[in-house]
Design a protein. Structure first.
Length: 151
């Protein structure tokens, strides 16, 4: 899959930079494609829980943002995006060098993404060297907010 256009990438990066939580967590965008976004979260003590695994809240937050921005890549330039709902299943303890969240607009949604609701598939992987382990999977519903600039 090709990268999103430079204009879409800039719009996504600018919006992501305004998210205080992503900055606080230390998350970063690593891939922006039409209908697909990847976000990485490096391992730090601040994003772990009492057993040393990545915290479910941090895992869920990057999954939510990856799906939201995947939909955002398909929305009109003067619009914004909000999550309507999402569900995440934690599949395994998340341990590794970093997490990688992947949000993908479901294929049947792509042509009409954002008309009313857009549905995304969410996946999160724990990465340790060359090993990627699936640690979470979910689904998300988003809505395009027309003509509403972000702050």
């Amino acid at each position: 899959m090709e990268d999103a256009s430079p204009e879409v990438q800039e719009r996504v990066r600018a919006s992501f930079a305004r998210q205080g939580l992503m900055e606080h967590l230390g998350a970063r965008l690593t891939r922006i494609q039409p209908g697909c976004v990847h976000i990485e979260l490096p391992r730090r003590p601040e994003v772990t829980q009492q057993h040393g695994y990545f915290h479910a809240g941090a895992t869920s937050a990057i999954a939510d943002s990856a799906g939201g921005y995947a939909a955002f890549t398909l929305f009109a330039p003067d619009s914004s995006v909000l999550t309507v709902e999402y569900k995440i299943n934690l599949l395994a303890p998340a341990e590794g060098d970093h997490l990688e969240a992947v949000g993908k607009v479901l294929p049947a949604q792509s042509p009409s993404a954002g008309r009313t609701l857009t549905v995304c598939q969410l996946e999160v992987f724990a990465v340790e060297g060359d090993r990627r382990t699936s640690v979470a999977a979910g689904q998300q519903t988003l809505i395009q907010i027309a003509a509403r600039p972000e702050r």
